[in-house]
Write a protein that binds this ligand. Sequence first.
Ligand SMILES: Nc1ncnc2c1ncn2[C@@H]1O[C@H](COP(=O)(O)OP(=O)(O)OP(=O)(O)O)[C@@H](O)[C@H]1O
Length: 710
Amino acid sequence: MEDEENFEEELLLVESELDDIQGQIKRLLDRQEELYERQSQLKALLEVSKVSRNKSNCKPSVTLEDWSGSFPWDSQADDTRLNIFGITSYRSNQREIINAVMSGRDVLVIMAAGGGKSLCYQLPAVLRDGIALVVSPLLSLIQDQVMGLTALGIPAYMLTSTTNKEVEKFIYRALDKGEGELKILYVTPEKISKSKRFMSKVEKCHHAGRLSLVAVDEAHCCSQWGHDFRPDYKNLSILKIQFPTVPMIALTATATSKVQTDLIEMLHIPRCVKFVSTVNRPNLFYKVYQKSPVGKVVIDEITNFITESYPNNESGIVYCFSRKECEQVAKELRDRGVLAEHYHADMDIVAREKIHMRWSKGQSQVIVGTVAFGMGINKPDVRFVIHHSLSKSMETYYQESGRAGRDGLPSECVLYYRPGDVPRQSSMVFYENCGLQNLYDIVRYCQSKSCRRGAFFRHFGEALQDCNGMCDNCASSIELKDIDATCHTKILVSLLHDLQLNDQRATLLQLVDKFKVKWKGLGRSNQAVDLKREEIEQLIVQLIVDRVLKEEFQHTAYSTNAYVTLGPLWKPALEGNRPVKLEIAVLGSQARAGGGDISKGTKRSRMSDLEAKLDELRRELSSSSTGAISIFPHAVLSTQQISLLSCQKPTTEAELEKVIGKVKTEKYGNRIIELMRSHIADPGAGNGSVAKRRPKKDKDVVCVESSDDE
Ligand SMILES: Nc1ncnc2c1ncn2[C@@H]1O[C@H](COP(=O)(O)OP(=O)(O)OP(=O)(O)O)[C@@H](O)[C@H]1O
């Protein structure tokens, strides 16, 4: 009896402390969110302040090393750039990086895909006396680079498992005795960690003062916090220890500040000069489509997207979750007439090479690959990258989608998302370091209705930049509605609480079913808004990401199952003390389900006459408006905006502003109003179809259908 009282007393104490902790966790999470936001703002303010200080010629308070000034090798470097590499001018940061390496400093380069990282070590390698050692993770990457350099007349070689004995002898003689001509030597990290013979030859080369520099390409592979950790990269720490006086340049396209710190430490380059270029890829249009639960519908949508938007065999990649899925998707695309081939790690290397080669030469249009189709893809004119399934992190998505548009021309990155795909990914990544945290970041990106580009800036800790309407959320005029989901959340939490008491659990789909039964049971007494099945799924995933719920995993003989259970913040949610809002796109939810409506693929035959004219106008404006690069037509006017314009027919600036906003009205208002007025004066011109007119105040998307469709 006394024992029981003691237990009860302690239980009360524990529960009250748990309550307290939940409150603290919530406060900390809110604060973390605020700090991230402020971090971005401060970085932007700092940038603006630096620019204005430079403009007013004030002396900086801190003297930074100036790598853009004059250096003794300037004219030789310019000559090599132009006459050997055939490059007329440097891109942003290239000259500064080259100067830092030439000055003997260790350098860390973070430069977006296609930014021109290779020149940053290849040019100093040509200029400096001796042999440059380049570590690169993939054979295919190395082969490409060596072929390219040889074609330029630069003596470059690789020492890998595929190198023949003659060449190997030549390389060893060059390292050992300085015989023959060798300027750049590529190896894989395994060579450094596993071949004592090789390392002793490099040691000799160094002692003779003939090791000119060490470059570590794809340096993010050093960090286990990065998206592509390679254990052999860990052993590269030996390079700086053995060759402390040789400048090291580490290069990667992406590295969060955590990854940067990690790789600086691992490579032993604490005093390196850092060059961080923006992660922004202004030519990429990011969009997320709501993914149908029916597999065939998704394939139909992808097929339509490709055939309508890229009818001239423009190259693309479709990323899939598993090997099986990637074979199936490729087959179904072929069945629908798309020239697609699959690529994954289970295939033998010769077959993979052939497929890669056919795609590179334009003999096939699409590679349907797993993550294995990754580094080393340097085809510059990839016009679209489609993710058939969710990526496992923001970094992976940035890298994979970043294979589009390396030539700087407009390209599209589409991700098909449905909350039901989350458990599939989470059960694969939960055992990885920060695996779930990384996954939930990309889930946030998919569920968000704000700027997609902004999400990348925040993720990589960079100051916000203008998206210029180059993502679906910024380009479209989707109306958003905040639904109060506090009551729905309470029901979900109480269902899980009951299950927990009975030692039971539920998967995401089972939880949705249970919720629907419970909801129905509440009948008319329930005042809250009815949610569709996808919206309930969206809410559950949002609650997981917000830590009200959490995922738990159980291994079976064949797979790992993911269950939804109560998370650290379940109690305030159950008590209704934590208002929950679910953001729903009023127009977008319908539009996106159709897949591709925001894209160029909208069928003109489905358009009213006025819509067709507006479509012509947006294409014209997109190719002439912004000077440096042409922008996507839907960044000028989204499909929804065209529909609304054709319904409401605004003829004054004030009316127009209500449909397309102030910025676009300022930019394109005159032309649109001119078109509206002329159409009203002569509505019968063209094919004679007339859009159904709605009262101006009615912004309902139903009016997008033109009368000739009905
Ligand atoms: N200054 C320049 N002017 C014009 N073209 C350049 C310049 N620098 C590099 N390039 C070209 O840009 C393309 C991309 O360069 P590179 O392969 O070095 O990019 P990267 O930064 O290594 O990209 P990734 O991370 O995707 O491999 C190459 O075709 C290269 O020749």
